[in-house]
Design a protein around this ligand. Sequence first.
Ligand code: KIV
Length: 292
Amino acid sequence: MNNASPLQPAQTQDAPAGTTLYGGVTNRRVTVRDLAKAKRNGERWAMLTAYDALTAGVFDEAGIPVLLVGDSAGNCHLGYETTVPVTMDQMVMMSAAVVRGTQRALIVADLPFGSYQESPAQAMHNAARLMKEAGVQAVKLEGGERSARTIELLVDAGIPVMAHIGLTPQSVHAFGGYPVQGRGDEAAHQLLRDAKAVQQAGAFAVVLEAVPAELAAQVTEHSAIPTVGIGGGPGTDAQVLVWTDFAGMTAGRVPKFVKQYADLRSTLARAAAEFATDVREGTFPGPEHSFS
Ligand code: KIV
């Protein structure tokens, strides 16, 4: 919740000097200005995906300063094989839930496949839906040089844009899978051009997905805006993980770049199996769970 008057000079809305993104901003949401300041101060930060109010609230309370309502919901939450089928209506519904479940985090929502590539006007219409109907504070879209014009238009309209370059999952069928990007001279130069193009277009941050660590560090060094790595090694300004991967909810193999911080899938499966056994055997509900 933002308690500051909209008439206050923007300067006074900054977190106090010397405080961190986690410790400094407690009575309002994190803003893109805070992230720009973190970049200047060399402060690293974490971003997680979230697709619902409950999970988003947990991450918000834990001090994750930026939450992404990613179209990874397609394969991580909605049961599709890829992000491609995700619709604007689904993104609006999930984003609104994440906004409702949080108080401090900056909420960024993905523009899904087919919602911005047709024309800048289409991008504007759909970005505005995410801002007005869901209440997010920023949007994310994929593509470097090819999306620069669209980014510029959204930024000119007052919409903060996070860019996403390197491996862009909405192009999975063009890539023929999820290969590491930026390997070899030409591909590395393209990535550098993409990073420069989105920065010049006004993006406030850029996701670098599945690129060699050295290249991601090089982009970060030359970038005035925060870089957010996923499979980009330790040299980026921020790191993002898909929550179902980091919490051990994903079935089967996870990508090499994922660190699993919990094993929620086993924990939940064990709890569900125990519940089923208790009901079968008549040991649940006991007297302590029953009304007299
Ligand atoms: O949709 C998503 O979760 C993403 C992250 C992988 C950055 O775009």
